[in-house]
Design a protein around this ligand. Structure first.
Ligand code: ATP
Length: 355
């Protein structure tokens, strides 16, 4: 039976890398029915909305999407289209694998870790009080009443809510992910001694839930210490489980450990829907020139295949990317070559077919 997959090409280099990924995924022989829908600046121009309802409806219907980068033009009333999409579809888990790729020179070898970041709470939930506003003044008075907390009069405030229910689902997700993908260890990053009621709750909840997965090792590290260990010995880590803010920062750090932005795939996943997308942005500086590296988008496509249960196809795509990078004769400018996006897609598609 054909899988129905929404393709959101997006902005900038998005359409170029989307075409490349589609070509490679079609080469696996898995029957995919692509349903193309717009989002981002391109959608605003063509359909009059940054995140058109027809795009959301298509994802709700098909449950999975492969998405290129989208930009949020300033002054459109949206903080971020990407954030809005995650909220609309309740994509509470961000999954970002960082794996050493052959032929891509980096400081470390043998890195193979996955960052799983909670996507909806924490300092990024968006509960903010502007310095000097009536709301900030009311909060200040209330805090004094509630617990004798003293806020400076000229303080702006961002709240850090972390709930037990929000934590349960990301912990469960991380362990189920580890189990399905034969991962051996989950490491939680936190700052519980300092933030007892937010990070502390996250840690306590995660620690208790971890007992349901005795076959997977459990490790707790304070996030500052974790950062130091990651840059020294990233090969020690497997799955990293992180609240929103630390997850955002450390997933970029991990991307940096294994190469450039053009190589790193990602996914935003909820219980119902999943959107797979490269980590990089729309790269306006190189858009329209046919030179973008399609690997991040292609590897996001491999993650999508795995999510659909097409494990063999996913492995063939990943092996084909490795083979082409290892051979080195076809590669884009960001990894030291002169090939085009299309050359790269053709080479990887050919490697998929011959696998
Ligand atoms: P946005 O605002 O959409 O996030 P940005 O310019 O802040 O865009 P990126 O688009 O990720 O961030 O680009 C950062 C740099 O990395 C740019 O110089 C860009 O050319 C380069 N880059 C990003 N993705 C790729 C890619 N797939 N291939 C080659 N270079 C890339």
């Amino acid at each position: 039976m054909a899988h129905r997959v929404v393709l959101v090409p997006g902005d900038g280099i998005g359409p170029e890398v989307a075409t490349a990924a589609r070509r490679v995924l079609d080469a696996t022989g898995v029957e995919l029915r692509w349903i193309e829908r717009p989002a981002g600046a391109t959608a605003l121009e063509r359909a009059g909305a940054l995140l058109p309802e027809e795009t959301l409806d298509a994802i709700r219907e098909c449950r999975v999407a492969l998405k290129g980068p989208i930009t949020t033009p300033v002054g459109t009333g949206f903080r971020s289209v990407n954030v809005a999409l995650r909220q609309e579809l309740d994509l509470f888990a961000a999954v970002r694998p960082a794996r050493s790729l052959p032929g891509v020179p980096t400081r470390h070898e043998g890195v193979d870790l996955v960052v799983i970041r909670e996507n909806t709470e924490d300092l990024y939930q968006g509960i903010e009080f502007e310095r000097g506003s009536d709301a900030a003044m009311a909060l200040r008075a209330r805090l004094r009443d509630l617990g004798g907390f003293e806020l400076r009069e000229d303080a702006g405030v961002t709240l850090k809510p972390i709930s037990a229910s929000g934590t349960h689902r990301i912990v469960r997700f991380a362990f189920e992910y580890a189990r399905t993908n034969r991962r051996r260890k989950v490491t939680v990053g936190h700052k519980a001694p300092v933030m007892r009621f937010s990070d502390g709750l996250f840690l306590d909840t995660a620690r208790a839930d971890a007992r349901d997965y005795p076959e997977i090792a459990w490790e707790e590290i304070q996030v500052d210490h974790l950062s130091a260990r990651l840059v020294r010995r990233p090969e020690d880590f497997d799955v990293l489980l992180l609240p929103n803010l630390y997850g955002d920062i450390l997933s970029d750090l991990c991307a940096g450990l294994v190469g450039g932005l053009g190589l790193i795939p990602g996914a935003n996943i909820g219980w119902e829907y999943a959107v797979f997308e490269p980590v990089h942005g729309s790269a306006p500086d190189i858009a329209g020139r046919g030179i973008a590296d399609p690997v991040a988008m292609i590897l996001s496509g491999a993650m999508l295949m795995r999510h659909l249960g097409e494990l063999d196809a996913a492995e063939r795509v990943e092996a084909a990317v490795d083979a082409v990078l290892r051979a080195g004769s076809v590669r884009t400018g960001d990894v030291g070559g002169t090939s085009t996006t299309t050359d790269m897609a053709d080479a990887i598609a050919a490697a998929v077919r011959s696998a």
